[in-house]
Design a protein around this ligand. Structure first.
Ligand code: SAM
Length: 422
């Protein structure tokens, strides 16, 4: 059998690990446009890491290899590696996910290495089949899971094949790798569909931790006229139970009483900018929604900045700005605000869900993503590996998967009537 000449790959020699690690960690908190929003999958690899390792596995190391008679001397190889590192450092940035210039540079390197490999093996008896310089090798992932690897291989110009024993993973891969390329470049069915109404549905790079010394706080504040004073007074007098009272208040708020000044995008923009302004300095913003007459915010408080100071600064700044804009004076926000600290992860999940779904529940949009003044920076961390199929009663991963499938099924069932009438 004729041996195959295999140049050493970059990944076998060196990688810019710091850049890859930073990008991979940052990605965990990115929601808008990330495949994890399609469906959460345990053990999904970060796209940045997947992209970097596939590139480094496809690209030949520049170092000299005497037995193959290829490569360059030590100094030149070091300089060349620096150049390749720069490509990886650009490649792993989330902002460059669809940057064709960066991707093209990476694809060109992959082709160059492949052609070098083909040239080395041109006398191989099966060269025409195995070492065609015009056809890159296919990428096969038989354990594709959430599909990070085949997706990134496809992005780097390789033909991708994905499979998995688990039908959920297969569905994810079909939806992500097989179907989209068939429709790539086609005009949207609805003329306006290319314009995302949810520009602010994005995330910034940090990982919130439940064990942070600061508490996580759910805060609600409302416009001065959001709840008529007599109704509010009656509620406070009649409803002894704190929780029941706040539920009744929520319901009232969603009716949209008053002038609903925050339905005006310019006013909502002012509030949203204020929430973002001191993010990471005075608090960490986890989620927020600006409704027509009230605002919900979920933050992690940081040392040295009390909750009332934070809320006061949001309210006073935005009241002044909006009043100035509207050419009026007087009370803009209702004086009191509601706050509740988050007890545990379940409570956190429920609160983020509540925030996300508030515009839907209030009948303002059909899907949360359609509401412009809504953001979730918080990432639902999922841990552990999953077995191929659910069903092992004593294994928490399997139970998680089964629950996920059930929830997804229930969601589809609930949504189906609206699709039928759409
Ligand atoms: C670690 S996960 C893969 C994660 C994936 N690289 C990603 O980024 O999401 C391993 C996958 O292997 C699948 N798997 C386990 N045993 C398998 C088998 N015998 N045949 C095919 N797939 C299997 C599991 O269902 C799971 O999706």
């Amino acid at each position: 059998m004729t041996p195959i000449k295999t140049p050493k790959k970059l990944i076998e020699v060196a990688l810019p690990l710091d850049a890859i690690n930073v990008a991979a960690a940052r990605e965990k908190s990115i929601r808008h446009g990330h495949p994890s929003t399609l469906h959460l999958w345990w053990a999904r690899r970060p796209l940045a890491a997947a992209r970097a390792v596939i590139f480094a596995q496809m690209v030949n190391d520049p170092g000299y290899e005497r037995h193959l008679g290829r490569g360059v001397n030590k100094e030149k190889a070091a300089a060349e590696r620096e150049r390749l590192f720069k490509i990886i450092e650009d490649l792993v940035l989330w902002e460059n996910t669809n940057n064709e210039e960066v991707l093209e540079r990476a694809r060109a390197e992959i082709w160059k290495s492949w052609r070098e490999t083909c040239a080395l093996n041109k006398h191989h008896p099966q060269a025409s089949e195995l070492f065609d310089p015009e056809t890159l090798p296919g990428f096969h992932d038989p354990f594709a899971g959430g599909g990070a690897l085949p997706l990134e291989a496809q992005r780097l110009g390789l033909e991708s094949y994905a499979s998995d024993l688990n039908p959920v993973a297969v569905t994810i891969n079909k939806a992500m790798i097989e179907i989209p390329p068939k429709f790539a470049g086609r005009a949207p069915v609805f003329g306006s569909a290319g314009v995302s109404p949810a520009k602010n549905w994005f995330s910034r790079g940090y990982l919130p931790h439940l064990d942070h010394p600061g508490l996580i706080q759910f805060i609600t504040f409302r416009l001065a006229d959001a709840i008529p004073h007599d109704v509010l007074k009656r509620l406070i007098e009649e409803e002894a139970d704190d929780l029941e009272r706040s539920r009744s208040l929520e319901k009232l708020l969603d009716h949209g009483y008053g002038e609903c000044q925050l339905a005006d995008p310019a006013n909502a923009e002012i509030v949203q900018s204020a929430l973002l302004h001191f993010n990471e300095q005075r608090y960490r913003l986890l989620a927020w929604v600006i409704m027509p007459n009230h605002v919900h915010v979920l933050i992690e408080t940081l040392k040295g900045h009390g909750l009332s100071e934070i809320v006061h600064s949001w309210k006073s700044f935005t009241a002044k700005e909006i009043n100035r804009r509207l050419g009026r004076t007087g009370e803009f926000w209702q004086r009191e605000y509601f706050d509740r600290y988050i007890r545990d992860e379940r409570h956190l999940n429920a609160t983020v869900h509540y925030i996300e779904q508030n515009p839907v529940k209030a009948g303002l949009v059909r899907r949360a993503e359609e509401w412009r003044y809504l953001g979730v920076y918080w990432y639902r961390e999922s841990a552990g590996e999953t077995p191929a199929l659910p069903g092992l009663e004593d294994w928490s991963g399997a139970r998680g998967l089964a629950e996920d499938v059930r929830r997804y099924g229930a969601w589809m069932r609930d949504q189906a009537p609206s699709w039928a009438t759409a």
